[in-house]
Design a protein around this ligand. Sequence first.
Ligand code: UDP
Length: 312
Amino acid sequence: MKNIVVTGGAGFIGSHLCEALIEKGYKVICVDNLGTGKMQNLKNIIKNKNFKFIKHDTRKTLNLKLPVHYVFHLASYASPPYYQTKSIETLMSNSLGTYNVLEFARVKKARFLITSTSETYGDPLEHPQKETYWGNVNPVGIRSCYDEAKRFAEALVMEYVRKHNLDARIIRIFNTYGPRLQKDDGRVISNFIDQALNNRPLTIYGDGKQTRSFCYVSDQVAGLIAAMFKDGIKGEVINIGNPGEFTMLEAARLVKKLTGTKSKIVHKPLPKDDPTRRKPDISKAKKILGWEPKVKFEEGLPGTIKWFRDGI
Ligand code: UDP
C-alpha cells in the first residue's frame, strides 16, 4: 500500500483531498497544526484505518518512521484576512515550512506536489493568466507576505528539482469554494453566503467590477490528484481553476438569488493591491493532465449554501 502525506490536510481543500485519496485506497497521513484547519473537517475519515492525523507545524522539522511515497504540501494560511493577520507565520510556513517538507520528501524519495497560487501573478497585466506569465506583484505590499512567500516556495521547489532531482510539480490554484469553506475566513464566497443567510448586507469591496474565477472543490481536488499521479511532469507548473469569470457584483447577485435573502448589497473600501482581474488559462492542464473542471459556478453554489445552512 502506498503512503501519502498531506500537509494542511485538515483544511478546506486538504480535507476533501484526504477523503478522495482514502477512497482511492491509499493510506493518508494528515499533517496539520490546526492554525485554520479543523478536526471537524476530518469527521468522515478520522476513524478510517487508512487515515492518521498528526498535529504538527511544518515550520518544525518533519520526521516519520514509515515509508512515504507521495507528499502533497498544502499547509499555509490562504485567505487574505488570515494571511495578513498571520503575516510572519505565512512567510515562514511557505519558506521554512516548504524547506522542511521538501527535505522530508527528498529523504523519503517521495513524489512532491505543492499548492501554489494564482496570487503569484499578482494584479495581472496579462489576461487570462498562463503559467508562462511572470506576474505583477508588489513585493512590499500587504499581500506580499503571501504572494512573495509562495513565489519563494516555487523557487525553492524548482531548486530541489534541479539540485536533487526531486519529482516535484507546482500547482497554481485559483479561487476555490465549496462545503467546509470557513464561514468566518473573510473570503468573498464565504462572506456573501454567511451574510445572505443571516440577512446581513452583502459587502462588496470597491465598485464590485473586479473579477475572480471560482472553482468547485471537487474539481480542484481532481486536478491535484491528476497532477500528482501523472508521470513525467517533474518541474512543471500547472494552473488548476475554473475559467468562468465573474465580477463580485455578479457573484453577490447570484448568492442573493440562490439564497432568496432580502439582504441588500453595500459597498466597502477596496483593500490595497486587490487584483482587478483573475482568470486561469487552463489549456496546459487540459493537454498534460486531461483535466478540466466540470462544475459551473451556479451549479456548485447551491450545495455550498446548503452546507453553510445545515452543516452537511
Ligand atoms: N471581496 C468582496 N467582499 C467581501 C470579501 C471580498 O467584495 O466580503 C472581494 C475582494 O476585494 C476581492 C474578491 O472579492 O476583489 C475576492 O476576494 P477573496 O478574499 O475571496 O480572495 P482573493 O481572490 O482576493 O485572494
